[in-house]
Design a protein around this ligand. Structure first.
Ligand code: CMC
Length: 388
């Protein structure tokens, strides 16, 4: 995060500010989440992420982000009942999933399907606050159904209809696997959802707010955000981390040497580095514990050991700390998810943040429109085409 001095300089100077990649620029105010990059702290609406991960469920966190306070039991019951009632997909969207190529990337399918949901929502362009809350509920409730249905279809199985009970974590794992998850898997998955629900003005959230700031609709903004999350410098990194761990395993490489060789080639190690954290991402610290626990439960420590070795090597060679994606990859893998689904799980959770940010944006909207410094040619005159 930019320090006080930089912020003052950036906000009081009327001259154009140049900050490559918008580093350190405060583009707007938000009351949703805050990151202390030096202390490695993440806060949602005043609550520390460690406290939330230990004591709340994903649905409580969604409610918190959206409404500002944690729900009472009655408020939570109403909210979850409404989310459950919105889980089923419009049948043309299910058809779209049936017709999608089996080898399409699940994030591309999710982006397309969320965009398509807007075609079948009568309220798609309604901008009243209540209508936007209802759309946020639908998007949140239907993203898990899209991911699970596509995964089953591409494997030649029939989609499983959503349950009309149970948490989002429970229902998603049920729709994906066709059987109800155990308590431990549901709890682990639920904590993963809590950890990914919001994270300041990250690239996908910024994308959603830029789209929202033009007074475009929620489906446009969320499908744009999914597109931004897909990239491997952002959410796509969790899949890449697992690709690396699987490759290390397959070729029988020493993880430390593997990383040293990549660094010598000037390659980036996925799951390390962050624009805002200068120390360990607090979400990574929680997920690291989960990778260890899941490995111990499975009686197979290799994934934990590979991550520990890579962590040490990165620390020694670069001093760069791990981010959330370094440990979410092996967590999801040990929960039995296919690596190319990992980023869709990030999207499933982050849809809470995107939609809450959109509501915040629209409550006090101003078009987000930065400038580029023009460095191109000037003062040219057109040569008629026949003379070029
Ligand atoms: N491996 C090796 N070197 C790195 C890495 C890395 N993962 N990350 C940054 N560096 C180096 C980079 O080469 C540069 O060195 P130099 O100054 O010598 O050229 C220096 O650190 C600063 O890098 P930067 O690209 O200017 O930093 P940034 O703030 O623009 O990038 C980042 C942040 C997350 C894109 C970057 O750290 C990265 O590419 N990490 C790998 C991808 C990744 O894990 N992404 C997930 C991000 S966090 C959760 C999420 O959003 O999904």
């Amino acid at each position: 995060m930019a320090d006080e001095e930089t912020v003052t300089e950036l906000t009081t100077d009327k001259a154009p500010v140049k900050a490559r990649g918008l580093e350190g620029v405060i583009a707007l105010e938000s009351a949703l989440s805050s990151i202390d990059g030096d202390k490695g702290r993440l806060i949602y609406r005043g609550y520390d992420i460690n406290d939330l991960a230990e004591h709340t469920t994903y649905e409580e966190v969604v409610y918190l982000l959206r409404n500002g306070d944690l729900p009472t039991q009655d408020e939570l019951d109403d909210f979850t009942a409404h989310l459950r009632s919105e889980r089923a997909l419009p049948s043309p969207v299910l058809d779209l999933l049936r017709n999608a190529p089996d080898d399409a990337h699940p994030m591309a399918v999710l982006r397309t399907a969320v965009s398509a949901l807007g075609l079948y929502d009568d309220e798609a362009d309604a901008m009243e606050e209540r209508a936007n809350h209802r759309k946020a509920d639908r998007i949140l409730a239907q993203i898990p159904t899209i991911i699970a249905a596509f995964d089953r279809l591409r494997k030649g199985k029939n989609p499983v209809e959503p349950l009309d009970r149970g948490s989002m974590a429970h229902n998603f794992l049920y729709m994906l696997n066709g059987e109800e998850p155990g308590e431990a898997a549901e709890k682990t998955f639920d904590v993963c959802l809590v950890l990914h629900a919001d994270h300041g003005l990250n690239a996908s959230t910024f994308t959603s707010r830029v789209i929202g700031s033009t007074l475009s609709d929620m489906y446009s903004a969320v499908s744009g955000a999914i597109g931004a999350l897909k990239g491997r410098l952002h959410g796509g990194a969790n899949q890449e981390v697992m690709r690396m761990l699987l490759e290390i395993d397959e070729i029988g490489a020493d993880p430390a040497e593997y990383v040293q060789e990549r660094l010598a080639e000037k390659e980036r190690i996925m799951g390390f580095g962050h624009r805002v954290y200068n120390t360990m991402d607090p979400r990574a610290a929680i997920l690291r514990g989960m990778v260890k626990e899941l490995s111990e439960e499975a009686g197979e420590m290799k994934w934990y050991e590979y991550t520990a070795s890579i962590l040490n090597t990165m620390q020694e060679e670069t001093g760069i700390a791990p981010n959330v994606d370094f440990f979410s990859g092996p967590t999801y893998y040990q929960l039995g998810l296919d690596p190319d689904l990992f980023t869709t799980i990030f999207a499933l959770s982050r849809s809470a943040g995107w939609t809450a940010h959109l509501l915040e944006q629209w409550a006090d909207n101003r078009l987000i429109r930065p400038r580029a410094q023009y460095v191109g040619a000037r003062d040219r005159t057109v040569t008629p085409i026949e003379e070029r």
